[in-house]
Ligand binder design. Structure first.
Ligand code: ADP
Ligand code: MG
Length: 748
């Protein structure tokens, strides 16, 4: 460019020289000179315009455009770099590897290159600016020079001859206006061009500003890059640390595993050594075992003979042991029998000591049905002594003493507990009678029969007998049969018969044994509680058949449940027969002399008679009188052999504790007291002793025989005489009992 400008300068010098020569020519010919000058001026002006256009616009604008383009390109590259940097950062968060760091280094290098390039470009721009300044300066200089030349030309013209000068001047003046106009136009154009230059300068300034901005952006970007690099460095450092830590961990783990493996290996080696040692120590044992085995083999060969010997030996020992056991068994059996006899003797002794006839009293409770009036007040009190009770009436207290008193709260089971021993003795061949005595409503039926939920003595006695039979079944074949009868108006009726209204008679046995029997009295064999219930139900139904008011009827008749227990000893063949008579007596209340008439009076008389007879018999028995008035009533006559001898009798006197029943209560208690307080005569006691000692010898042979022996001491001629005669014995034998074939239980 500078050389170009120098060339222009040279060319302009040449033109200036040509113009000088022309001026000289003009001076010779002013007209031609003026024309030549005008031509030159126009040429100069054109040249100037051309220069101006060349200098002012084309180059600068081109440079500027190039710079702008360059700047844009740099910006784009910068953007590209930023994008790449972002991508790099993203990928850096996911994975950090050496490749990325290499790429980063590459980018960094590129950036540096770009910065260098940018620096070069900036320097070039500065140079161009400087050049522009120089060109402008040169242009100004040339303008000045041209103006100076013009002035010189004017001056030279002025020195020309006046006429020609005048002409020329005139001509010039004429033409100078046109030239002036051209000059003005040229100046105006020049001015326009200068304005353009100013515009270009502003543009340049803007470009510079933009460049400055780009610089700043570039600096910021550089700072960001630095920051990213720092982050990258930090991340790399962290990664390296992590990697190092992992490496350390790995090394440590390897170390530990190695150590462990080594110790395990050591243990395995030790174990191996131990096993080797064991193997070494086992070898002799194996040898011993082998020898043992061989020895055993020999033994096994000899085993059958040895076994035979051992079996024979054992057999001998077993036979011996069995013999010994048999001996011991027999010994034990003998001892057992002796013990049983002793137990029985003790039991009998106990019963004897208590007295063969016992009188108990049961006071019934006052129930809701009795009401709450004054006359239902309680008049009976008790004592610590369970054989005493007090009746308080009209301020007077009377004491009554009995064998035992059951208070109102006494349970059925407690009452039964007291009579249990009597019932058991029935199996041993003793005859037993249990009477419930008392006025109507005093609880006789409750005590004997009870309710289905809480049964009385009757059912409990049979259950107990079943239990005993089962217990003794190994030694005894025991059979239990029951009969049910009723005595009403001194007439005996069979309650288990098809026709209960049929009267039964008590007769002497035709076999000459002196025993009593009742033809037609049915005996039913019972084996279970179900059987008992069926029999009781049949008895109840038959009792109710003929009479409209069963309760009234039951209060005026005696109900008898006769249980016979027949036993055969399985080893000795000895037979025993015991009888249990459970009697629910008719009401003991006295009928008002004036009030009772006809059948009612007869009923009352019969009841009174039979109860009186019972009292008399019991008294006579208890005091062991020689004469016992059995024949005074059907009841005592029927129960004769169950009352006499060593039979056991229990009288349960029932009383009501209410004030309204005080008279009957006192009567009943007096009756009880009378029966109980009978003294035993010394002579009888002696006789009893003799009887006991002789029986003792007998019982060691057979318990039942002795029992029968005891029963045989009865005379049967209206009254009985206590003695040892067996010829006069009398037994009540029912038709079924005679041949020991009890009737089958009829369907109800
Ligand atoms: P009896 O047969 O002497 O005429 P009952 O046995 O029929 O008398 O008794 C009359 C009433 O008294 C019946 O309702 C009976 O349930 C009741 N009774 C009697 N004794 C007791 C008692 N110990 N506990 C509860 N109630 C009784
Ligand atoms: Mg009754």
């Amino acid at each position: 460019m500078i050389s170009c400008l120098q060339e222009d300068k040279v060319r302009l010098q040449e033109e200036l020289n040509a113009t000088e020569s022309q001026r000289q020519a003009l001076s010779s010919s002013p007209q031609s000179q003026l024309e030549g000058l005008e031509v030159k001026l126009s040429d100069q002006t054109q040249e100037l315009n051309k220069l101006c256009s060349e200098l002012g616009t084309t180059d600068l604008e081109k440079h500027l455009e190039i710079l702008v383009l360059e700047n844009d390109r740099l910006k784009q590259e910068l953007n590209g770099c930023q994008l790449q940097l972002q991508q790099l950062r993203n990928s850096l968060s996911g994975c950090i590897s050496c490749e990325h760091s290499k790429e980063n280094t590459l980018l960094h290098k590129q950036m540096t290159d770009l910065q260098l390039e940018l620096g070069e470009k900036v320097q070039l721009l500065t140079e161009l600016e400087q050049h522009l300044k120089d060109v402008l300066q040169e242009k100004t200089d040339r303008e000045e020079r041209l103006n100076k030349r013009l002035r010189d030309c004017h001056l030279a013209l002025a020195k020309q001859p006046t006429s020609s000068v005048k002409y020329i001047t005139k001509k010039v003046e004429v033409e100078s206006s046109r030239t002036k106009q051209d000059l003005e136009e040229a100046q105006a154009r020049n001015h326009y061009l200068q304005e353009q230059i100013a515009v270009q300068r502003r543009l340049l300034a803007d470009q510079e500003q933009q460049l400055q901005d780009s610089w700043r952006t570039s600096a910021q970007l550089q700072a960001q890059i630095m920051m990213y690099e720092a982050e990258l460095e930090q991340t790399r450092g962290e990664m390296l640390e992590t990697f190092q830590a992992m490496e350390d961990e790995k090394n440590q783990a390897i170390e530990e595993v190695f150590l462990q493996a080594r110790s395990e290996m050591k243990t395995v080696h030790e174990n191996l050594n131990g096993v080797r040692m064991n193997l070494l120590s086992i070898q002799p044992a194996l040898k011993t075992l082998t020898s043992d085995y061989n020895c055993l083999k020999n033994h096994v060969r000899d085993f059958p003979c040895l076994l035979q010997d051992a079996v024979n030996q054992t057999k001998r020992e077993i036979y011996q042991a069995v013999e010994e056991a048999q001996k011991t068994n027999q010994d034990l059996l003998r001892k057992y029998k002796r013990e049983m006899q002793l137990r029985k003797k003790c039991h009998n002794e106990l019963v004897r000591l208590r007295g063969n006839i016992r009188v108990l009293c049961r006071v019934r409770p006052i129930t809701l049905e009795d009401g709450t009036g004054l006359d239902t007040r309680n008049i009976i009190s008790f004592d610590d002594d369970d054989g005493v009770l007090y009746v308080t009436h009209r301020g007077k207290t009377t004491m009554f003493e009995l064998d035992k008193v059951f208070q109102p709260h006494a349970l059925q089971a407690e009452v039964f507990q007291e009579v249990q021993a009597l019932i058991t003795s029935c199996i041993d061949g003793y005859n037993v009678c249990i009477f419930a005595y008392g006025q109507t409503g005093s609880g006789k039926t409750y005590t004997m029969e009870g309710s289905p939920e809480d049964p009385g003595i009757n059912q409990r006695a049979l259950r107990l007998l079943f239990g005993e039979v089962a217990e003794r079944s190994a030694d005894w074949d025991l059979t239990i049969t029951v009969s049910m009868a009723e005595i009403y108006n001194e007439t005996l009726r069979n309650l288990l018969a098809k026709d209960p209204s049929e009267k039964l008679e008590i007769k002497l046995s035709p076999d000459g044994s002196g025993q009593l029997y009742v033809p037609g009295l049915i005996q039913i064999r019972v084996e279970s509680v179900d059987d008992i219930n069926k029999v009781f139900e049949l008895g109840r139904v038959n009792r109710a058949t003929d009479f409209t008011n069963v309760n009234e009827r039951s209060s005026r008749s005696h109900a008898l449940l006769i249980v016979s227990v027949t036993g055969v000893n399985l080893t000795s063949g000895v037979r025993t027969t015991g009888k249990l008579n459970l009697v629910d007596l008719a009401g003991s209340e006295r009928v008002g002399k004036s009030g009772a008439e006809g059948p009612r009076l007869r009923e009352a008389q019969n009841i009174n008679k039979s109860l009186l007879a019972l009292g008399d018999v019991i008294c006579a028995l208890r005091s062991k009188q020689p004469y016992i008035p059995f024949r005074n009533s059907k009841l005592t006559y029927l129960l004769q052999d169950s009352l006499s001898g060593d039979s056991k009798t229990l009288m349960m006197v029932q009383v009501s504790p209410m004030e309204k029943n005080v008279n009957e209560t006192v009567c009943s208690l007096k009756f009880a007291q009378r029966v109980r307080s009978v003294e035993l005569g010394t002579m009888i006691r002696r006789a009893e002793k003799q009887d006991y000692s002789s029986r003792q010898d007998y019982e060691s042979e057979s318990p039942s025989t002795a029992a029968q022996q005891g029963r045989l001491n009865i005379s049967h001629s209206g009254g009985s005489v206590v003695g040892k005669t067996t010829a006069g014995k009398r037994r009540l034998m029912a038709s079924g009992e005679v041949n020991h074939r009890p009737a089958a239980l009829p369907a109800l």
